[in-house]
Unconditional design. Sequence first.
Length: 81
Amino acid sequence: MVKKAITIGLASGLEARPVAMLVQIASSLIYVESENARVNAKSIMGMMTLGLDVGETVVVSADGSDEEKAIAEIEQYLSNR
């Protein structure tokens, strides 16, 4: 399992459209943690409940055969690079 802190760089934060894109990117078993909440990144509703805005930092964890690649892709997307 790989964990990484990522700061959200998306100008709109994680609202419906960016969350839908994130769900498509998440290929391994991915969890996003913010404060005391931990949700499966494949759950659009779960991700929306986090209410994440630009500049907030989350911890993303991945478990699976492509966990390193999955974390890198999610970091690239969330940090808007």
